[in-house]
Write a protein that binds this ligand. Structure first.
Ligand code: TMP
Length: 270
């Protein structure tokens, strides 16, 4: 993958602008300013690249909370990262998100149209944001990625699974997550958390209870199929506990994260 830092600096500007509009309409970026050595070591090829980390789970599972917490941790440690969300994360993707979730005329949307719109948002996000960020030595934290399509449109909407797999491959190419955390909660816990959120449900949140059972089952199935990449986390626990478990897993699998966070902590004390 070619280096393209000019394009990436444009992304940084965009990311910062969107970040000022708040957590629910953004992707955030920490470019490692204050971090002493990391980006240059990466560029010189003396450091492995930082991982591409995805968070998955049903509504109310706590995945966005955990993605946010990990970004705060990275920021504190001086690890350069971006935080993306799906659908969305680019101007085109955010327009698609609006169409999928909130547009007043979206109630008649077919499952096939829905599938293609999620794929369109993702293919834009990969090429405009995720791939250039990884190429520049930035860690990517993604709040949802292609496993959401496998589970929601495949396991729950029951669209053809092989076709979904091909479409996922077409949308992301070789840009695959290094690790995926699936936050697992039972439907009752998820529903009560969603009620506490106290905002109007969007189109995707107006499904019957059995839809969410199928979503949960779908996530469990993909975890069993790909245990090397996907880690199932009990999301019903306290957010601190979940956060600690996620960090423990990440720092044991990616020594570069543990080393960088230690180095940056030591550096910042002087
Ligand atoms: P969220 O960002 O609040 O989790 O909302 C995204 C919604 O879109 C959620 O209901 C899951 C759904 N979704 C799919 O059905 N397929 C997909 O590929 C993605 C990314 C999301």
């Amino acid at each position: 993958m070619p280096q393209d830092s000019t394009r990436f600096s444009n992304i940084s500007v965009l990311a910062h602008k969107r970040h000022t509009r708040g957590r629910n309409n953004q992707f955030a970026l920490w470019d490692g300013r204050g971090s002493t050595s990391m980006p240059i070591c990466f560029k010189l090829g003396i450091m492995p690249r930082l991982p591409f980390i995805t968070f998955e789970g049903s509504e109310g599972s706590g995945k966005s909370t955990q993605a946010d917490r990990l970004s705060v941790r990275f920021q504190r440690c001086g690890i350069p990262y971006i935080l993306t969300r799906e659908p969305g994360g680019t101007p085109i993707g955010e327009t698609i998100r609006e169409l999928l979730q909130f547009a007043p005329h979206n109630s008649g949307m077919t499952a096939e149209t829905e599938l293609l719109l999620f794929a369109a948002s993702r293919s834009q996000l990969v090429r405009e944001v995720i791939r250039p960020a990884l190429e520049c030595g930035t860690c990517v934290i993604a709040d949802r990625f292609f496993d959401s399509t496998t589970v929601y449109q495949g396991a729950a909407r029951k669209l053809d699974r092989q076709m979904i797999e091909r479409l996922n491959t077409f949308a992301v190419g070789d840009c695959l997550p290094d690790i995926t955390f699936v936050l697992d909660v039972d439907a009752a816990t998820a529903a009560s958390r969603m009620q506490r959120a106290r905002r109007k449900a969007d189109r995707m949140e107006q499904q019957p209870a059995e839809f969410y059972e199928q979503v949960r089952e779908g996530y469990r199935e993909i975890t069993a199929r790909d245990p090397g990449r996907i880690v199932l986390v009990d999301g019903s626990r306290d957010a601190d506990e979940v956060d600690n478990e996620i960090w423990k897993t990440l720092s044991s699998r990616f020594s570069i994260l543990a080393e960088t966070s230690n180095t940056e902590h030591r550096t910042s004390k002087h």
